[in-house]
Write a protein that binds this ligand. Structure first.
Ligand code: FAD
Length: 615
């Protein structure tokens, strides 16, 4: 008997966001997306849902239990993935966002993230393999020489080969500039690579004929720190000029991690050039004389920015299915008496009738819908940048970059919160392997860690993005929230919520002023101290705004819907979630923003020994 699929998705919610609030079809009015229609997009979404539910979904539990194994021939992934990998590519899911010129469907990122949420929600460990491969291909397309593009990109895009992103070393995690991996020129355009990398997702596996590593290494004599790093193409098996495979390239998987979650994703330690035989090729070929240093990191950032949004999409996918599974359980699990109506005819009522369970369910719904709105808003900026020209395009790209740390950090943190809350809804059953809740929680725990820990995202926000263009990005952010407050006030149905949002914006602006003052005083460590709660507050502000904008649409649509119809229920749900968010999930951020303006710096002031005398 086939394994059950626990995957659940709320397609109506995705359709509301895509078509009613974020107006996907507007992107189809101009190049490069004008070959797609709304009908196409709706069909793609439905097919993605079917594929995720019926093909990927049943692999979730079994592949988690089977995990990956390191054998003398290399890493073996769970057997089901080999079939799934083929089906994924045969069904063309790899081509969704590829430009038409590369044989793709050229869809905007907005549609891509909707599909990505479904695939990741069904089995996030699986979706990492094609996701990283497509990202590697995109970097080679963006920065590779014509020969490199031709040699590597099509095979990475077709699934014949797979790709990775290789930064981390045992002593160089967040501080990637400490990297010791060396690249010594051979004088023929190739480099001899030597070094050890750890924690590489998909670093070795048996899904594809070859693995193309995109790895950071330091060319002999290059400066220390990140500005001396270059990005290399290092294939697992050497590639002949005609694209055929040659001998092994001295890349060895020395170990795979045994870890909390995503068991089916191989997390590999790789040794490059252990026997002196590893060849790497500088992405983009030899630098022109005078080319600025630090190109490796800049190019890696191209991949990492996309990957940071992809982590948020993974996190959303897992959080959403965890919430919907918990909702399903809450409707059927009978336990306890209703607080006012008593036990009912079954001796106990479904737990969904208890106020505390309803609170957990609505909190999860509001967070999932809010995080989805945050991601859609972010990637829509990128899509619009691709449709625009000149300064308008640059401003949109800048705004997109401001949102990247917000989506990566906030959505990943919320995925841990939502999956933990979902497990709580089950009681003891959630802690067992009889339900997928425990796996969702385990799988979600990596999201705040990789692709730059959330602490590093917060530093990126306060240390770089806030000050960019003399604060123009964050000023635009504040202006948009202000405009949203005005629009919600003018509408009238959500006056109380508009007031909370207005108050939050006021505190947000006050903290920005305080940050500026601290920076001028040279007290950057006090800014850094507040970076994480500030990021959280800013993300909540953005989400409350987006949910309230959605609630205005839902409110108006509700007036047109037949009473008790599916549409009426749906719009009532959207309104309830937006109200809950503004009234319960935004105020803690306001309190945090207020606290940040105080003088307390206890974490800095406490002596190291004061944390504990235990050792
Ligand atoms: C399952 C898994 C898959 C991964 N996949 C990949 C991959 O495909 N490719 C790859 O290259 N790497 C990968 N990684 C590595 C991952 O990106 C790193 O673990 C992460 O960047 C953190 O580095 P670290 O583990 O060395 O932690 P550390 O850098 O040691 O950080 C420890 C703690 O200190 C904090 N910290 C560190 N520096 C600062 C600072 N300056 N300011 C404030 N706080 C700071 C961090 O936020 C964190 O809380 C993966 C890791 C795992 C576990």
């Amino acid at each position: 008997m086939a394994d059950p699929s626990f995957f659940k998705a709320d397609l109506r919610a995705l359709e509301f966001d895509l078509f009613e609030q974020f107006r996907l079809p507007e992107l189809f009015t101009a190049a490069p997306f004008d070959h797609i229609s709304e009908e196409d997009a709706r069909l793609i979404l439905k097919e993605a849902h079917t594929f995720a539910s019926e093909v990927i979904g049943p692999t979730l539990g079994p592949t988690d239990r089977e995990g990956c194994t390191l054998t003398p021939e290399g890493v073996k992934v769970p057997g089901a993935f080999r079939t799934l990998w083929r089906q994924y590519y045969e069904n063309g899911w790899n081509t969704l966002e590829l430009p038409e010129a590369q044989g793709g469907q050229g869809a905007p990122r907005l549609l891509g993230v909707a599909v990505g949420e479904l695939m990741s929600g069904a089995n996030t460990a699986f979706h990492m393999y094609p996701g990283l491969s497509m990202a590697a291909a995109a970097v080679i397309r963006a920065f590779g020489t014509p020969e490199q593009r031709e040699l590597y990109a099509p095979k990475l895009e077709s699934g014949e080969w797979a790709g990775t992103m290789v930064l981390t070393e045992p002593h160089a995690g967040s501080d990637v500039g400490l990297s010791l991996t060396k690249a010594t020129p051979n004088g023929d355009g190739s480099y001899h690579i030597s070094g050890n990398k750890i924690f590489i997702s998909g670093g070795d596996h048996d899904l594809a004929d070859n693995i193309v590593h995109l790895a950071l290494a330091r060319i002999d004599g290059a400066p220390k720190g990140t500005r001396g790093l270059s990005l290399f193409i290092i294939p697992k098996l050497r590639v002949n000029p005609d694209g055929s495979l040659g001998e092994p390239n001295d890349v060895t998987c020395t170990h795979i991690e045994h870890k909390l979650g995503i068991h089916a994703s191989a997390t590999a330690a790789l040794s490059f050039g252990e026997n002196g035989g590893c060849l790497g090729y500088l992405l983009g070929g030899e630098p022109d004389p005078g080319e600025p240093s630090g190109e490796g990191m800049r190019r890696m950032f191209h991949m990492m920015n996309g990957a940071r949004v992809a982590v948020a999409v993974q996190a959303l996918g897992v959080a959403s299915t965890a919430y919907l599974n918990a909702l399903d359980y809450a409707r059927t699990r009978l336990q306890g008496a209703h607080i006012t109506r008593g036990r009912g005819d079954k001796g106990a009522v479904p737990i969904i009738e208890h106020p505390d369970v309803r609170r957990m369910l609505l909190e999860m719904k509001a967070i999932v819908e809010g995080c989805r709105a945050l991601i859609y808003h972010t990637v829509r900026l990128r899509d619009r940048a691709r449709m625009a020209q000149g300064e308008a395009a640059e401003a949109l790209e800048d705004d997109y970059s401001l949102y990247i740390p917000l989506v990566k950090a906030h959505v990943s943190d919320m995925a841990v919160h939502v999956t933990s809350t979902a497990l709580q809804v089950y009681g003891g059953a959630g802690y067992t392997q009889d339900y997928p809740a425990e796996q969702y929680l385990r799988d979600a725990r990596i999201f705040p860690i990789y692709e730059g820990t959330n602490g590093i995202q917060a530093l990126d926000l306060v240390g770089r993005k806030l000050g960019q263009h003399q604060g123009a990005l964050v000023q635009r952010f504040g202006k948009e929230v202000h405009q949203a407050v005005k629009a919600v006030q003018a509408h009238g149905a959500f006056a109380a919520e508009a007031a909370v949002l207005a108050g939050a914006l006021e505190q947000f602006n006050a903290v920005l002023g305080r940050f500026l003052q601290l920076s001028l005083e040279g007290a950057m460590e006090r800014v850094a101290l507040h970076a994480t709660p500030f990021l959280d507050a800013m993300a909540r502000l953005a989400i409350a705004r987006l949910l309230l904008e959605g609630a205005l649409r839902a409110h108006d649509a509700l007036q047109q819907a037949a009473p008790d119809s599916q549409d009426a229920l749906f719009y009532q749900g959207r309104i309830a979630a937006a109200r809950y968010y503004a009234n319960h999930l935004l105020p803690p951020a306001v309190a945090c923003l207020q606290a940040m303006q105080g003088e307390d710096a206890s974490p800095l002031d406490i002596p190291d020994g004061g944390f504990s005398l235990a050792f």
